[in-house]
Unconditional design. Sequence first.
Length: 229
Amino acid sequence: MATPATSSKVEPSDRIDQASFLAGAKEIDQFPPPVLLEVAFAGRSNVGKSSLMNSLMQRNGLVRTSGTPGCTRQISWFHTKAGDGAELCLTDLPGYGYARRSKDERRTWARVIEAYLLGRPTLRAVVLLTDARRGFEPDDHDLVELLQGQAETSRPPVQVILVGTKLDKLSVSARKPALKILDESELPRSLGTKVIGYSTIENVGRRELWHKLRRAAGLAEAQGGTEPR
Ligand code: GTP
Ligand code: MG
């Protein structure tokens, strides 16, 4: 019997009825008030964070993307409302590991992003992306370590959701073995989680990831309403 995650029936909770840009911040005092539960998207520059957010929100071009690394230069909040009425904020983070920024700029970003990750009371999950062909690198481990440290606010532990992007760049027969290698690497093993394979071009992985991040945010998956926040 098919499980809900693999069945082809589209539930209202899988559909995004509303998606819009809420706020952008380059500095901590520009963060919008923490009203809705949030899921952030992190990873190296050019790994496909902003593209994946468009794919999740089922909106082409809502989040700015580019083939040139270093495209996202601020934290951006997007408000979503699913077909079952559940509301969630998705947060786009600037990528790390982009060498062509000035030292000053990198320092400011590290400070602002750290303040966001450790101090945001409404943050419930971070989706950590790596290129499925590349695997997790020291910067990714550092991010998880940061999240596992002492939060500067009172909140439940932030869940880390791992994603391997650009799956379409691998031949169909190479995808499963590549994901298996990723699953067996240090980060997924230490977190006790599997890596979700994703392709924005072939729309692979969207439903699985959406379900997982809704669960991480404590939103009901069943049709017809959300749990109270
Ligand atoms: P920064 O903002 O620089 O941190 O990058 P980002 O991680 O937000 O990456 P972005 O979404 O801007 O995408 C970078 C490039 O990868 C763009 O050229 C995208 O079209 C491409 N890309 C993103 N996802 C996929 C995918 O699933 N498959 C393929 N083939 N290309 C993708
Ligand atoms: Mg981006």
